[in-house]
Write a protein that binds this ligand. Sequence first.
Ligand code: 2P0
Length: 333
Amino acid sequence: MSDLILQGSVVAQANVNIALIKYWGKAPERGVWEQNLPAVPSLSLTLDGLQTETRVRFAPEAADDRVVLDGVTLEGGALERCRPILERVRELADLAAPFHVESTNRVPTAAGLASSASGAAALAAASSRCAGLTLSLEELSALARLGSGSACRSVFPAWSAWEGAHARPIAGPEHWDVALVVAVIDAGPKSVGSRDAMNRTARTSPLYAGWVGSARADFEAGLRAVEARDLHALSIAMERSTLRMHASAMGADPPILYWKPASLSVVEVVRELSTRGVPCGWTMDAGPNVKVLCEGSSADEVREALAGIEGVTEVIVCGPGPGLQVAVEREAS
Ligand code: 2P0
């Protein structure tokens, strides 16, 4: 039976995830449920402590959806990024009413970490539950993907993999005591947004075909390394995937270059740490900040090494985090 929340709201929490094996580029769309499919498989770690909390209620009196993020009402492109999720929920629930959404990012403002993944995952969970839908985690993952591809991985705790319509869980936080140490180099907005950048890469980079052709081998090496808790093997696969993703972007026209001098300095320090017997590997997304994966027992040593690098403004240490959490808050009628 449908359990539509007409009086009250639904609150969902989702955590940021970082891809160790990268998603970069889209597969051709095959239908309405088939938007925003990835050209390559990816493997990620959902992080603790970096979270979006989203509260959704119906607003039958309103003319349109209203989405408030950190106290600011979204308009234009930012609002339109939420729309595919809200439209799909209305379609599945056979409803017409607008939603009122209030979202808070609990990501340190200086972290320079994108919260679009946690935001879209929390929105998918809260809005679908508010509309009386009880979706499986796989269905929630596919719904979150419509807002932001990487969001489909934030549905699951710790290690998850994404290929096709939705992500799947690989292993929970207890599987492996690792830390992801974020070297913040620039906390400001990206020079080119991920979606535009990956689309431009696919359209114009002669290196894109090589990226797509080599991605599955890196993904499978990454999966094997996570299963075996082999940080050395995972470091090799994640660095290779990251470099190939960025190489394809650099080959775009006009080129896409996210690197800053301090990004390379972090890579050098990671190599020195590995040589000194501290196993670790690095990755970098659509921005200059570098994320370093290490054993939990090495987190302090890695943090201190990164904090001493010129151009690194802040260092944040995260462990493996939880998947979606959803709660219904009913009001007495
Ligand atoms: C990732 N990134 O795997 C890759 C690596 C950035 C670099 O997914 O167009 O916001 O909404 O599907 O997921 C960031 O792009 O892009 C991203 P859309 P998304 O995490």
